[in-house]
Design a protein around this ligand. Structure first.
Ligand code: 5AD
Ligand code: SF4
Length: 445
């Protein structure tokens, strides 16, 4: 018996969304929740309570299609018990696999790509009209990039999409194929969006894009101009942005960050990927080790005390032990506060996946573990400089059980301290009393 009509008519329905991958996906999930709220769907904490399940997938690294198959497999029993349950796959695996997913996983009801999120209400409406599975994975290439930040509960700190897609085609990366060509949101729309978020209590925004530095508004404003406009024309108190591409990070941007330092945070995520120039060339990154180090010097000279983090890939095809050692020595030289390091994983459509000299998994694991060990020491040493300092922390949460608040310093350091619930949302001065590699502890002064 199909009781979909009953489900549709009940006043509220449950939706469960499981999100994988980057901040872009986390934000996309929030947009899905907001759109579904208009159809009377409410977020539920477990798939058992849901009448709609969406897997917001990521295909950047490691066995993504396999993960989708096994997760949907776990929901098969639920669907047997409740035939009105609808299950869909969103995100980059959806874009990459399209119809193949529907063919290989018959229990799936729908598949839609990152460019089709705004059509979700229509897609969900159609699900109950026929038994056919639905597939929407068309890039909206010709159109401008307009999205509403209809975030349900934006909290104190929230993400704001400024660009989508990527035109860089790094030889290891699937993103240009799953997220399409780069597009920027109009400046006026962004400013309006951020203003409305601050009215709802947001005090910090993170401007989000695959390559934020190449932002270009329809009126010609570049990323520096956008930062200036957000700092001057909105009430937001803290501005972060991610991800920056080293090749597009220039002096103008560093100068603007310095000029608006009271608002633009002292933290830059600048993915290097490798410390060896030959590997960088084969990765198609558009800079050498020396050019990258020049940019780091420029940033540190202009913004003393700035915190840096990076992304690294170990075991890229053909990477020799010596070339890997160049990455390790770069960590020693730059002294990042934190790193995100990954084993290279071949991705469909990408150039590097077709190269013959792939590195064994054992070797990749060994290189990764050694890098993490090295970084743990560096992070631990760097962290000591915060000891005894008074830092301004934007309080994001209160843990009732422990009686602790937590939030972040301008350098993006997670900081815990004994506090109160009513401090959430405030900028509080905290004296640092204990400095671990990834967390600071302190007390309110
Ligand atoms: N294998 C491993 N890591 C990858 N990344 C992107 N593609 C791959 C891949 N094929 C990493 C990069 C990027 C981060 C988001 O994911 O370091 O900066
Ligand atoms: Fe991928 Fe390179 Fe684009 Fe980043 S810049 S999304 S790594 S292709």
């Amino acid at each position: 018996m199909d009781n979909s009509a009953e489900i549709q008519n009940s006043s509220t329905k449950g939706v469960f969304i499981n999100t994988y991958g980057c901040q872009m996906n986390v934000n996309d999930t929030e947009r899905m929740f907001s759109l579904l709220e208009m159809l009377n769907y409410q977020s539920v904490p477990s798939p058992e309570q849901a009448s709609l399940i969406i897997i917001n997938s990521c295909s950047v690294r490691e066995k993504p299609v396999h993960k989708v198959h096994s997760e949907v497999g776990r929901y098969r029993l639920l669907k047997e018990k409740n035939p009105a349950l609808r299950i869909g796959v969103a995100g980059c695996v959806a874009q990459q696999e399209k119809k193949r997913l529907l063919k290989d996983i018959p229990v799936l009801d729908f598949v839609f790509g990152p460019d089709n999120i705004d059509q979700l209400p229509e897609i969900v409406g159609d699900l109950y009209k026929s038994e056919d599975s639905l597939m929407k994975a068309k890039f909206q290439h010709g159109e401008g990039y307009h999205v509403e930040t209809m975030i349900r509960n934006p909290g104190v700190s929230t993400f704001v999409n400024i660009t989508k897609g990527c035109d860089n085609f790094c030889s290891f990366c699937v993103v240009p194929f799953t997220r399409g060509r780069e597009r920027s949101r109009p400046l006026t729309e962004l400013i309006k969006d951020i203003q409305s978020l601050t009215k709802r209590g947001v005090r910090e925004v993170t401007l989000l894009g695959q390559n934020v530095n190449s932002y270009k508004s329809d009126c010609g404003t570049n990323f520096g101009g956008l930062l200036r406009a957000v700092a001057e024309d909105t009430d937001v108190e803290r501005i972060r942005y991610t991800t920056s591409h080293p090749k597009d990070f220039d002096q103008e941007l560093v100068d603007i960050s310095q000029q608006y330092r009271s608002k633009i945070c002292d933290y830059i995520h600048l993915p290097v990927q490798s410390g060896n120039s030959e590997v960088l060339e084969r990765m198609n990154r558009g800079y050498s080790r020396e050019e990258y180090l020049d940019k780091v010097r420029m940033i540190k000279d202009t913004i003393p005390g700035v915190a840096l983090s990076t992304d690294i890939i170990v075991g890229f095809p053909g990477e020799t032990r010596e070339q890997y050692e160049d990455t390790a020595s770069l960590l020693e030289e730059v002294k990042y506060e934190s790193i995100y390091a990954f084993k290279y994983s071949p991705r469909p459509f990408t150039k590097a996946a077709r190269w013959p000299d792939q590195i064994t998994d054992e070797e990749k694991s060994d290189r990764l573990n050694r890098l993490f060990e090295l970084q743990k020491r560096i992070s631990g040493e760097l962290s000591q400089k915060y000891l005894g300092q008074v830092k301004e922390v934007l309080v994001e949460n209160f843990d009732e059980k422990k009686g602790n608040n937590n939030g972040r310093t301008t350098e993006n350091k997670l900081t815990h301290f004994p506090g109160r619930k009513d401090l959430v949302g405030q900028l509080i001065k905290v004296k640092i009393t204990k400095a671990l590699p990834t967390i600071l502890h302190g007390e309110i002064i």
